[in-house]
Design a binder for this molecule. Structure first.
Ligand SMILES: [Zn+2]
Length: 195
């Protein structure tokens, strides 16, 4: 698990960005702090036990990257490509993803709770035990994916496609669904209501 190191600024409860004693808000040069960490990731294609929160991350190529035990909560991702990446036990909760691609990815124990997705694709992926609790998603596709034991409890889904997916033990209870397509998927093995 990532180590929680608080920002050194008095009274700040945000975690420090890896490589800095402060959160992005209190870093003397936030752009440089963010850039330095993203450059490590782009060079090594791997990020382990690292923290970057509250950042705007735009037009980045994360294809084939490995994320493990990372805290990437509360970020705004615009036009980022995570295709072919591997995400394990990492937090992307309360983030916003616009026009991002998660094609052919492998996620185990990912946390996207409370996040917002617009025009994103998670197609052709293995997404196991992943938490999409309370997300809002619009114009997104999970087609041809295995979502075993993932949860979409209390999510708001609009124009979201789950064509030919494995939905075994996937929990959609208390979700609001408008124009959601489950064609060719085993939706009878998913959970839609709880007693
Ligand atoms: Zn701070």
């Amino acid at each position: 698990m990532f180590a929680y190191i608080p920002c050194e600024t008095d009274g700040c409860t945000h975690p420090a960005v890896t490589g800095s004693p402060c959160c992005l808000l209190h870093a003397p040069d936030p752009e440089k702090t963010k850039r330095d960490l993203l450059e490590v990731l782009e060079k090594t294609r791997s990020l382990h036990s690292s923290t970057l929160t509250g950042a705007e991350i735009r037009d980045r190529d994360f294809t084939g990257c490995r994320f493990s035990a990372c805290n990437l909560s509360r970020n705004l991702f615009i036009n980022c490509d995570f295709s072919g990446s591997y995400i394990q036990l990492s937090f992307f909760d309360f983030s916003k993803f616009l026009h991002c691609t998660f094609q052919d990815i492998n996620i185990k124990y990912g946390v996207f709770a409370g996040s917002e997705f617009s025009s994103c694709s998670f197609a052709d992926s293995d997404i196991f035990h992943t938490n999409f609790l309370g997300i809002s998603a619009r114009n997104c596709a999970f087609d041809d994916s295995d979502l075993y034991y993932s949860t979409f409890i209390q999510s708001q889904l609009e124009f979201v496609s789950y064509t030919d997916c494995n939905l075994n033990r996937v929990d959609f209870s208390s979700s609001r669904r408008n124009n959601v397509n489950f064609k060719y998927s085993n939706y009878e093995e998913a959970v839609f209501t709880r007693d």
